[in-house]
Design a protein around this ligand. Structure first.
Ligand SMILES: Cc1ncc(COP(=O)(O)O)c(C=O)c1O
Length: 387
């Protein structure tokens, strides 16, 4: 059979059926251990931290979707990132894009720093600024494109080329795009990580992380780290995640359609001071994003003009929910400076442009007119008296 197209791969990739029974859904192998037939005689499994058939099916699926050598499933996106960063050692420096998820910053700034690793912040959307930030001790660059929360787009091909010339490993957090819209390993990256809690799961009902690596040697090292540090995903959540991934294509198509519509409408509103969405032609990342991704995703950030009170706006929303997280079927909104990015010190937040007025919208798959009218009404009602 010729290579499957992405919508087919979502459903038939990895290990699509249970070999033993033919079940079209991989069963939830809810077991911690496996009977051995004698010393050194097992049936491929010994203990579920090391291997579990439900988790394995998920790992094979994300491997196929990202087009890598091996996939790994973890108990959260941060556990996946932590395992990947554990590939490095004391004295190594990791460069991160100037706006990344606050937890990625925090684990480098408050955990890995205690083990002698350091980090630097680089504007990876600008090749010369990225190259200028590479010092002897830099061993990897970790990119998000579009980045959380300012939707800054990084040219993954160009950064990978420049990074490889200097011997750096390129890690891409592909949470916002998913392999349905963007496949970083095919663009030159070495490792992909996901908060699968978001679009891959898609229903705000689980917390999970995934990683995919391109080469055999890194695959062996990450398999060792996954087992040694133990942050694995359980069988039930692995099952839920496989189920979520099957509908990723239809969900993403609707997310993107809705987001493009909402972004255009927000851009036309005088109450909106700034909007960040790489699907808009005016966005600085528009062309680069088009060159490497199928679409611009469904995350939009924006700021309201001063005469609008953001507390009143957020409290006035009836459909769109104020909540951490993103990528579920329901529209969610958050205030990055006090929520998702609160772990980044204020001076750094200010420097990279995460202002007190910034709002981040995860556009869901509800009817787009309902999402729009909820936002428009809440904006109107949040105008300060006398302004
Ligand atoms: C881009 C990105 N990466 C990683 C994470 C961390 O994932 P998790 O919350 O599943 O640990 C998040 C969470 O919000 C995220 O938005």
């Amino acid at each position: 059979m010729k290579e499957m197209n992405r919508n087919t791969l979502l459903i038939h990739g990895g290990i699509p059926i249970d070999e033993k029974t033919g079940a079209v859904n991989i069963p939830i192998y809810q077991t911690s251990t496996y009977k051995q037939d004698g010393l050194g005689k097992n049936r491929g499994y010994e203990y579920s931290r090391t291997g579990n058939p439900t988790r394995e099916a998920l790992e094979a699926l994300i491997r196929d979707l990202e087009g890598g050598e091996a996939g790994f499933a973890f108990g959260s996106g941060m556990a996946a990132t932590t395992a990947v960063l554990s590939l490095f050692r004391s004295g190594d420096k990791i460069l991160i894009s100037s706006n990344v998820y606050g937890g990625t910053f925090r684990v480098l700034n408050q955990v890995f720093d205690r083990f002698g690793m350091s980090y630097g912040i680089a504007d990876t959307s600008d090749l010369s600024k990225f190259e200028a930030a590479i010092t002897e001790d830099v061993k990897a660059v970790m990119i998000e494109s579009p980045a959380n929360p300012l939707m800054t787009v990084t040219d993954i091909r160009k950064i990978s080329e420049a990074a490889h010339k200097r011997g750096l490993t390129v890690i891409v957090d592909n949470t916002f795009m998913t392999p349905y819209l963007q496949r970083p390993l095919q663009l030159g990256a070495d490792i992909v990580v996901h908060s699968a809690t978001k679009y891959l799961g898609g229903h705000s009902d689980l917390v999970a992380g995934l990683a995919v690596v391109k080469d055999k040697e890194t695959a062996e090292r990450l398999a060792f780290l996954q087992n040694a540090t133990g942050g694995v995903l359980g069988p039930f959540d692995s099952f839920l995640l496989i189920k979520g991934i099957k509908t990723l294509g239809v969900r993403m198509d609707r997310h993107v359609e809705n987001a493009a519509y909402i972004a255009e409408k927000l851009q036309e509103m005088s109450a909106v001071k700034r909007i960040y969405y790489p699907g808009l032609k005016e966005d600085p990342g528009y062309e680069t994003n088009r060159s490497q991704a199928e679409a611009a995703g469904a995350m939009i950030s924006f700021e309201l003009e001063e005469e609008y009170d953001i507390h009143a706006f957020l409290e006035g929303l009836k459909l769109v929910m104020l909540a951490e997280s993103l990528g579920g079927v329901e529209s969610l909104i958050c205030h990055p400076s006090s929520m998702t990015h609160a772990s980044i010190p204020e001076d750094i937040r200010r420097e990279v442009g995460i202002t007190e007025g910034l709002l981040r919208l995860s556009v869901g798959i509800e009817d787009k007119e309902d999402i729009l009218s909820d936002i428009v009404n809440a904006i109107r009602n949040s105008r300060r008296q006398g302004k």
